[in-house]
Write a protein that binds this ligand. Structure first.
Ligand SMILES: C[S@@+](CC[C@H](N)C(=O)[O-])C[C@H]1O[C@@H](n2cnc3c(N)ncnc32)[C@H](O)[C@@H]1O
Length: 241
């Protein structure tokens, strides 16, 4: 769309004010405004957490993260294979994205979805620094990750799901993006464990996660409970998984 610069600026301002995080300038504003579902602050008995701002990106790359989260072990448990098509949902600055890209190379690829635009520049720099060429960055919306349909073997959500302010829409969109035997893998700080030093709204219990996922048509297919602070849960696309 060819527009005078000042019109683009006005339109961008309008989009940002109207849609907040992840607003894109590529679509007709009236159409997005008409189709944007309302955000929630509570979901199935849980308070939705505030989104972690990209200004705190350094925390995601903190030196002791491996000690606290055992990311190498967590990624081994994903059992990634060359050729797989996967997604790191809410990928931040790519802490897990680039090792995952290497695990599915050379023919596989990893989509990294973020709603905060500053992360896209960091991801671009990170891909170059890591020599990764099979990474596809996506600027999503809070209710639409803008993924292609029916292609994902696995969608990973590390410390992300509890921040979704459109959880039902995001679950439905991720379901559409999965292959028939594809899985969602959730890594969340354990709400059951008071010794995990994370704010309550940024933790999730296994019971709550299972309630939300089964309530939205998914089936629990696997669990891993040996990470230092988090639990890992795999959910299949449907009861026949
Ligand atoms: C705590 S950070 C975790 C980042 C990354 N997964 C990691 O482990 O390093 C949570 C991220 O989820 C993103 N996020 C929140 N809602 C989202 C949505 N609807 N779609 C995509 N990303 C989302 C936020 O922008 C934030 O960067």
């Amino acid at each position: 769309m060819i527009m005078a610069p000042f019109i683009r600026v006005i339109l961008a301002g309008f989009m940002a004010l109207t849609f907040g995080k992840g607003a894109a300038i590529s679509a007709e504003p009236e159409k997005i405004a008409a189709s944007e579902p309302p955000a929630v602050t509570e979901f199935m008995g849980r308070t939705v957490a505030q989104t972690m701002h990209s200004a705190g990106a350094n925390w995601l790359m903190r030196h002791d993260r491996e000690q606290e989260e055992a990311g190498v072990l967590m990624r081994q448990k994903l059992d990634l294979k060359p050729g797989m098509v996967i997604c790191d949902m809410g990928c931040g600055n790519g802490y897990h994205t680039f090792p995952m890209a290497k695990a599915v190379a050379p023919d596989g690829k990893v989509y990294g979805v973020e709603i905060q635009e500053p992360y896209l520049k960091m991801l671009d720099e990170g891909a170059k620094k890591n020599g990764v060429t099979n990474f596809i960055p996506v600027l999503g919306l809070t209710y639409d990750p803008k993924l292609p349909e029916g292609v994902m073997d696995l969608i990973l959500l590390v410390d992300v799901y509890h921040e979704f302010d459109h959880p039902a829409e995001m679950l439905a969109a991720m379901r559409r993006a999965l292959k028939p035997d594809g899985v969602l893998v959730f890594v969340e700080f354990r709400a059951e464990d008071a010794s995990v030093p994370i704010k309550p709204e940024h933790k999730m219990s296994k019971a709550q996660l299972t309630k939300e996922l089964t309530g939205n048509g998914f089936k629990l297919v696997k669990q891993f409970d040996e990470l230092p602070w988090q639990h890992m849960m795999w959910f299949g696309k449907n009861a026949e998984h």
